[in-house]
Design a protein around this ligand. Sequence first.
Ligand SMILES: Cc1cc2nc3c(=O)[nH]c(=O)nc-3n(C[C@H](O)[C@H](O)[C@H](O)COP(=O)(O)OP(=O)(O)OC[C@H]3O[C@@H](n4cnc5c(N)ncnc54)[C@H](O)[C@@H]3O)c2cc1C
Length: 278
Amino acid sequence: MTNNAMQTVQIIRIVNECEGIRTLFFKMEYHPIPEPGQFAMIWVPGIDEIPMSISLCDERGIWGITVKSVGDCTKKLHALRVGDYIGVRGPLGNCFPSPKDANKQIFIVGGGMGMAPLKFLAQKLSESEFKYTIIEGAKTDDTLVFVDEIYEITRDSNEFFCCTDDGSYGEKGTSVDAFKKIMNERENDIKNMIVYSCGPESMMYGLFLTCKALNIELYASLERIMRCGFGLCGLCSLDPIGLLVCKDGPIFNLEQLSKIKDFGKYKRDFTGKKVPLD
Ligand SMILES: Cc1cc2nc3c(=O)[nH]c(=O)nc-3n(C[C@H](O)[C@H](O)[C@H](O)COP(=O)(O)OP(=O)(O)OC[C@H]3O[C@@H](n4cnc5c(N)ncnc54)[C@H](O)[C@@H]3O)c2cc1C
């Protein structure tokens, strides 16, 4: 079966992560094993088909998607019960590349729904020889996701920092503020650092400026409206070089991000028209 063929699956478990965010689990029988950073197109019968990051894949082929309720399709996903069916195409897109050597100082910096692929990445790194620091940011403590799970997977030999805009949990400030603080405190060997990020684009843009100024290796996952998920509709194209989020991304490196004029500024609406980012 190809990655793009649709498989119909039954929801086998649902976990409420926090207000308005829940994870749905289902078993994928025939598809390739996803890597952290990849996404799936999720079809909700009678409603729509939308992209969702894969937030978990275990050894039994159970996948998880973590859904924030924002519109028709995500609301319907929230209304589904164990035993209901959805269609899944994937894994699609590229993944966070593995560090080239084990001595790299790995930082995972994210926030909001961006923690979905980053939690999967942290889980995979915890099973390898790589050590990492993960920083999660959120507006308030009640919008932080996966906190217990991340404490659990980082417990043995990795680090986890939380921060909130209002200081209601962890340090006050954004995950980019926390990243800069940790970097300065430790006088890290900057050339040896690698940063993986996913989250609100304004946050990732701030991180990009810091990494660019210091020439730090960065991989950031972008989100755009997409219809097909494999390079046909063109809705997720990025100006001026026409990279497609679905096919060339969703993860882009520092060099690519430097060339994307839309990054941190514009997205496209459902008609393809460019509109400022929220
Ligand atoms: C690669 C990728 C991975 C994603 N991973 C996740 C995830 O793990 N969890 C999650 O909750 N959401 C994720 N999203 C965003 C998710 O696809 C949208 O929230 C969803 O399509 C909204 O559908 P809707 O019908 O509920 O809302 P709509 O009524 O279609 O839209 C509601 C709002 O969401 C915006 N929106 C719609 N589609 C997208 C889109 N594809 N990307 C960005 N904004 C959109 C609209 O502009 C509008 O402001 C991801 C998007 C991409 C491109």
